[in-house]
Design a protein. Structure first.
Length: 117
């Protein structure tokens, strides 16, 4: 299983970015995907997650501004980020989790998002 994140960049506060995470490999239909971010000097934190059934969960800091979605036919995860703030700056990672006798977690390589004030 491999994950490839893309779409990061430099944007001014108030702007928008759309992240994508393409997956490949043998992936069970039932799984959960998510976006995490890590700011300099801070721990990695959950931004948003979505199950294969479409149930979503968001960190309080991004509710109303970010939207997570997935295209199961394309095996791709998305994160639409609007009204970006400088505190959204960090490296964004996508993650895939599923059960196959045990829990498997796979991470993408990360994509840098920088929001200037």
């Amino acid at each position: 299983v491999q994950l490839q994140a893309s779409g990061g960049g430099l944007v001014q506060a108030g702007g928008s970015l759309r992240l994508s995470c393409a997956t490949s490999g043998s992936i069970p239909i039932t799984n959960t995907m998510g976006w995490y971010r890590q700011a300099p000097g801070k721990q990695r934190e959950l931004v948003a997650s979505i199950t294969s059934a479409g149930n979503t969960n968001y960190a309080d800091a991004v509710k109303g501004r970010f939207t997570i979605s997935r295209d199961n036919a394309k095996n791709t995860l998305y994160l639409q980020m609007n009204s970006l703030k400088p505190e959204d700056t960090g490296v964004y990672y996508c993650k895939l989790s599923f059960w196959r006798l045990r829990l498997y977690d796979y991470w993408g390589q990360g994509t840098q998002v920088t929001v200037s004030s």
